[in-house]
Structure formats: C-alpha cells, structure tokens
Design a protein around this ligand. Structure first.
Ligand SMILES: [Ca+2]
Ligand SMILES: [Ca+2]
Ligand SMILES: [Ca+2]
Ligand SMILES: [Ca+2]
Length: 499
C-alpha cells in the first residue's frame, strides 16, 4: 500500500504492478497491515484512524475517531495485544485501536475499541512508532526512544501503563522514524546526520566491534587475552587485547559505559574489581572500580538502563546474601543488599524473564540442590520469589538467552548424558519445553550469544581437544551446527557470565 494524502485515497499495487485506488473519507497519512486482513491508516487532520478491508469487490471501510481532539494520529504499527498502535504528537499521547484478533487468543476481539495513553513527560512529541511485543515510539522533541508496556500494580489493583525512556546521546538529534533490525531498534536522527541503534534484548552481549553480533573472548594460562570477532561461524578477525596477571580473572562482559563496545570486568584474588573499557579490539581505558571482601563473588552482570546507571553487577556472599552494584561507567552509583537465600540455592542466571529487554528490572534465576527452579522478580530493588518447578538433578541449567527472539530470557538445560533442552519463558510460565539435540559429553556449552545477529541467542560449544562449534538456534530448532576452529587447550573461552 502507498498513501496518497492529497487525493484522500489509499492505493494498492500488486506484485504485477497493477494499481487500484480506494477513496477514503479523510486525508490518510501512515498505513500499516493489521492482523485481521485489513490495513489501518491514520488521518491526522481530524483525529481519525481508519480500517480498510478488501475482499473481491467488497470494500469495507470503518473509521474510529480518537478520543483526544487535536491528537493528530500520525504513525501506526501493529503492536501488543493484536491492536494497532499510533502516535498522537498533538496530544503527547500514544493511542491504540483494537482489531478483530485483539484480546484473548482464539476469541474474536471487538474491533474499534480505543485506548488513549498520555506520556508522563510533557512536550515529548511522539512520532514514529513500532510494534512487536511492546509499543515503541520516537519522542522527537524529547530526543528519546520511548517504550510503553503494561504491568499489574498491586497498589492500584489493576493493569497500569509503564513508560520507559531511553535518552539519545546526541542532543537535538530530532529522531523521526524507526525500524526493527539486526541487534535492536534502529532510528533516524536527521538533526544529527546519524542513524541510531538501541540494543533491545538480553542477547546483545559480548559484542566488541558494535556489529550486533556476539564475539568470543579468550584467555591463556599465561594471562594473555584475545578476541575473535565473529560473523556467524566465521572468525572475521582474531586479535590480541593485552595481558593481565593470572591473579586477575575476567568475571563479566558488558557495555559499562554505553558506547556500544562491550567491556571486560575483572576481579583479583584480593577482591579488587576493575574494568577494561574496550573500543573494538583495543583497551581504551583501564579503570579501578573498587573492592569487596572475598567472601563475596560476582554472580552476574546485566545491562540495566535507568536513572542511576547502565549496568548492574550482582554479588553473593558465602552466607547467601545477595547485593547489587548499580554501575555508571566505572563508578558504583548505588551498592545495596537485595535479599538472601539459603546456601543450597545457587544463582544460575540473570535476565528479563517477564518483560522485554535490557531495560526492565533484572530477574535472578535460582536452582537448589534438589532440582527446584525459582526466579526472583525484582521490582524497586525488592525481590519477589516465585517457584517455577522441579527438574531432576541430572539436568543442569547451562545458560540463559533469548532463543526465540521475543525479548524475554529463556533457559538452556543439559543433562549428564549430553542432551540439550530449552525452556522458552514468559514470566513464570514455561511456554514451551523442547529438546534441541545431543552432543558427546567431551563437549561443553561455554556460553550463549547471538553470533549471526538474527536477534536469537545461539549456543557456543568447546570440547576437550580445543574444538569450537556453534549451534544457531531459532526457538526450539537448531537451524545450523557449524564448526568454528581449533585452538590449543592452553586457551579458554571466557564465558560472558549470566547472559
Ligand atoms: Ca561483534
Ligand atoms: Ca563499552
Ligand atoms: Ca525468549
Ligand atoms: Ca542467532
């Protein structure tokens, strides 16, 4: 479809080049395919959203007037709940209109039910909009990317909108339109002659050259550090990074300063913490972070953009206490305890099991020595522990990642016979549980990562002879199993630590 504002028509061109034009009552601006064999379009001038469905010679046009006068519905996209979502720059709102498939899966929805959600910050001017599992929009004068999700608020007793802002680093970039692509959400910055990318999911991890594909960090027994820049199963560059005394270990890989290149988190035998800030394969700065008693171990790192910082470092001590350092660059902005769990429970992963992205509060995945699985959903620094189930202890959680690309963290399992399985998660629900295959026990899953940049986590394998291989994953399927190379066994892959 193309829009023809001046002619008050919607046009359709077939792949054979045949154009048909359909008159509509008011001047249309943007159009998007709905989930119900219809096309939805905005009509900014009079605050309407229209729906057109064509079946043979029957043309069905329905129009819905949005509640806010002067909202000027502008951009439109299919988003959460099977609804169409649109920006209302004139009213500083995001609106929605339900479709036939909205609501409960399998039950026909009521089309034309309108939602109207005022942005919390005045003068944001929402324009470009993008759907998917959440509603994303551009805040043109706010110079931000915005996200609208919904969560149950026990104090209100209802589902409430949750707004999250992602400020664009360059001032007055005048962002306009967005599209989902490799490695995240891409947007145009006409005011700055730039294209921006916002990494969206937990899988945007251990990427050093900012190409949206995970890379592999190595360390040898002498303390040398090297990196393989990856493109699928191909090593595009193998580079030495530097060396550190073997009293220091790499305990995390995150983008601590938000420059797009992931950084190396170090800890030494005495409890000191440091970061190598990376620029591709080069250490641009080595910084001391601080120190913690050696009874405390770093058990995970997560990206966590909020008002206090960019990343979290999770700690646990030998008594079972859990603490977090909220980081901004090399600075610990907040250090706080968040709870405690008996010592027979171990932290086996961190992620975003409920809501999408690098952004929401991080959840902590636990397992005990009897096979029980639980998640701490952390809201405002307070964990809520929820049991997920029990799995025989022959199975271990060997990684987390987003294997189906829905923005929510999933769980990777392996048993003592070498079988591999995945749980695709949505909050506390195991939406799908499936075997992925099997590999000899001489092979170990060392980490997950998105090595081909398709937005879905893959599995990195290493065997006792130094062979490296990758399973590329799409949900519950191994789409490709590929050898990467062989490296002398004095070199070890540095696991990214709780991807
Ligand atoms: Ca990369
Ligand atoms: Ca960085
Ligand atoms: Ca997922
Ligand atoms: Ca992938």
């Amino acid at each position: 479809m193309v829009h023809r504002p001046a002619a008050n028509r919607i046009g359709r061109i077939t792949t054979a080049g045949v154009i048909t034009e359909f008159p509509v009552p008011r001047s249309p601006f943007d159009i998007a395919q709905g989930p119900d064999n219809a096309v939805y379009f905005t009509q900014p001038a009079a605050d309407w959203v229209g729906r057109i469905a064509v079946s043979g010679t029957v043309i069905d046009i329905t129009e819905f007037q949005v509640p806010t006068v002067g909202g000027s519905p502008t951009d439109i996209a299919l988003g959460p709940g099977g609804s169409m979502w649109f920006s209302e720059p004139g009213a500083n709102k995001v609106g929605s209109v339900s479709t036939i498939v909205s609501g409960i899966p399998g039950v026909p929805g009521i089309p034309g039910k309108l939602g109207d959600f005022p942005l919390p910050t005045a003068g944001s001017t929402p324009v470009g909009i993008g759907g998917g599992a959440e509603t994303w929009f551009i805040e043109k004068t706010g110079n931000k990317i915005g996200r609208l999700t919904f969560a149950f608020d026990p104090t209100v007793g209802d589902i409430v909108p949750v707004w999250t802002d992602f400020p664009i680093p360059t001032a007055a970039s005048a962002p306009t339109e967005m599209a989902f692509g490799a490695g995240g959400l891409w947007f145009a910055e006409p005011g700055a002659n730039q294209i921006g990318r916002l990494a969206l999911t937990t899988i945007d991890s251990h990427d050093y050259d900012r190409d949206g594909k995970s890379d592999i960090v190595w360390r040898d027994t002498g303390g040398n550090v090297a990196v393989w820049l990856m493109n699928g199963a191909k090593v595009t560059q193998s580079a030495s990074i530097g060396a550190a005394p073997t009293t220091w270990s790499i305990v995390g890989q995150r983008d601590f300063d938000g420059d797009g290149s992931h950084d190396l988190l170090w800890r030494d035998d005495s409890g000191n913490v440091a970061i190598w800030f990376m620029d591709g394969t080069r250490v641009k700065q080595s910084a001391v972070v601080g120190s913690a008693p050696i009874a405390w171990s770093i058990v995970g790192t997560t990206r966590h953009i909020d008002s206090v910082g960019l990343c979290d470092i999770f700690w646990r001590d030998t008594s079972g206490n859990v603490a977090v350092w909220r980081m901004n660059g090399a600075k610990v902005v907040v250090a706080e305890g968040i709870g405690s769990a008996p010592a027979n429970w171990s932290i086996v992963g961190t992620g975003a099991f409920l809501s999408s992205g690098s952004t929401s509060e991080t959840d902590i995945l636990w397992r005990d020595d009897s096979g029980n699985v639980a998640i701490w959903f952390i809201q405002g620094g307070i964990p809520q522990a929820i049991g997920i189930g029990n799995v025989p202890t022959a199975w271990s959680i060997v990684g987390t990642g987003d294997f189906d690309g829905d923005g929510r963290t999933d769980i990777l399992w392996r048993d003592t016979n070498g079988n591999v399985a995945v749980w695709l998660m949505h909050g506390t629900q195991v939406m799908q549980s499936a075997g992925l295959g099997s590999a000899p026990t001489s092979w170990t899953i060392v980490e997950t990562g998105d090595f081909n940049g398709d937005g879905k986590s893959d599995i990195l394998w290493h065997d006792t002879s130094g062979n490296v291989a990758i399973w590329f994953i799409n949900g519950t399927q191994v789409t490709q199993a590929a050898g990467v190379g062989n490296v002398p066994t004095v070199w070890s892959i540095q696991a990214a630590n709780a991807d």
